[in-house]
Design a protein around this ligand. Structure first.
Ligand SMILES: *Cc1c(COP(=O)(O)O)cnc(C)c1O
Length: 385
């Protein structure tokens, strides 16, 4: 049987065994509704509050500044709509390479009469803080820029953008889903007012996430109902998942420093090996300001899908940058925004490493990938001669 190598950690991760163990009692005897006053409810409430403590401690914030949601997508929606609707009208600044949870929320708000500026990025995927400064208008009500892009891993200069927002009194939201628990986030130094972060990208369960909202930030609820989460997010809390999320964060607190170094070394080894064995390949994203485990590259005149499917047959899971929409293959909007030429962008492949990956995994990929690319190129009708 083939070796199985998972290299798609920016898409999702395997739940840590300690996280599974922490969750189990909350599917069993600790099943109560945390809003109930009886002991059954209070036992569930206890799990919820332990998780809130683990997460607020990790972020260095107050427990009442953390809201649990159903995912990074909901956190982004709540932050952007919640701040926009609290003001009713105005202008929002974001970037062209945000996650769809922010981009499509901004587009939706444009349909409601809000104005939105989508800032460009440079060839390495960076937003220029001076562009942010220049885009600010008297009616700007929100700046939302992601911390790291999930496709290419470029880490934005949020430490330079935050102070610009703060100086003008504009709330600053950061989609930190790809950086939370992977690299340090200093909410005070970066002047972040709202931060989205999610569980399943850091070895916790899916369908649970958080939104940090700095005390004093004006934000309305998007979902109405009971008194949960201080009336900022109604709905009975997903207690087992939240407990698992808290445990996952506690584990990241002790593992993330060493893990970032280890993954950076493995990723660099993979890239060096590919560069030495495969012609016409380029790195996407910033060479150094990049998520530790993220390697996004383009193979010229190759379709991403062929590599993804070919590697899948060898037991290796990576993702394609291009997206197949209604039969047409389209290049990634992130690579297009970065100005990557089409003949390169169509052949983008993303390998994202995580805690269970080893040197042997990298050696295996370096064994199977080069002959695969060579074979695809030899069959490809688009190959340049
Ligand atoms: C995964 C991801 C999201 C969405 O989070 P979910 O929990 O999957 O809804 C948002 N933003 C970024 C940058 C992501 O990588």
């Amino acid at each position: 049987m083939n070796r199985r190598v998972y290299l798609d950690h920016n898409a999702s991760t395997q739940v840590h065994p300690e996280v599974v163990a922490a969750m189990l009692p909350y599917f069993g005897e600790r099943f109560g509704n945390p809003s109930s006053v009886h002991a059954f409810g209070q036992e569930a409430r206890e799990g919820l509050e332990i998780a809130r403590e683990q997460i607020s401690h990790f972020l260095g914030v107050g427990k009442d500044e953390v809201i649990f949601t159903s995912g990074g997508t909901e956190s982004d929606n709540l932050a952007v709509k919640g701040v926009a609707w609290a003001r009713g009208t105005g202008h929002i600044i974001t970037s062209e390479i945000e996650h769809h949870a922010v981009l499509r929320t901004c587009q939706f708000l444009e349909g409601q009469g809000f104005a939105v500026t989508y800032l460009p990025v440079d060839g390495e995927g960076l937003v220029d803080p001076d562009d942010v400064r220049r885009a600010i208008r008297p009616d700007t009500i929100l700046i939302t820029i992601m911390h790291a892009n999930s496709e290419v891993g470029t880490v934005q200069p949020v430490e330079a953008i935050g102070p610009i927002a703060r100086e003008r009194g504009i709330p600053f939201h950061v989609d930190g889903v790809q950086t939370f628990g992977k690299i340090p986030i200093d909410l005070d130094r970066f002047r972040i007012d709202l931060l989205s972060f999610s569980s399943h990208k850091i070895y916790g369960p899916k369908g649970v996430a958080g939104l940090y909202v700095r005390k004093g930030t004006k934000m309305v609820a998007v979902q109405h109902g009971g008194e949960h989460e201080r009336r900022r997010r109604a709905g009975t809390e997903n207690v087992p998942a939240i407990v698992g999320f808290g445990k996952a964060v506690e584990i990241r607190a002790r593992e993330m420093g060493a893990e970032a170094l280890r993954l950076t070394a493995l990723r660099n080894k993979l890239w060096a090996g590919i560069g030495a064995r495969v012609p016409e390949v380029r790195l996407n994203g910033h060479p150094t300001r990049r998520l530790p485990g993220t390697l996004n590259m383009c193979f010229r005149n190759v379709e991403s899908e062929s590599i993804v499917l070919g590697l899948d047959l060898k037991g290796v899971g990576v993702s394609a940058g291009s997206a197949c929409t209604s039969g047409n293959v389209e290049p990634s909007y992130v690579l297009v925004a970065m100005g990557v030429p089409l003949d390169w962008a169509m052949g983008s492949v993303r390998a994202t490493l995580g805690r269970e990956n080893t040197e042997e995994d990298i050696d295996y990929v370096l064994e199977v990938l080069p002959p695969l690319v060579e074979r695809i190129r030899s069959l490809s009708p688009t190959a340049v001669s």
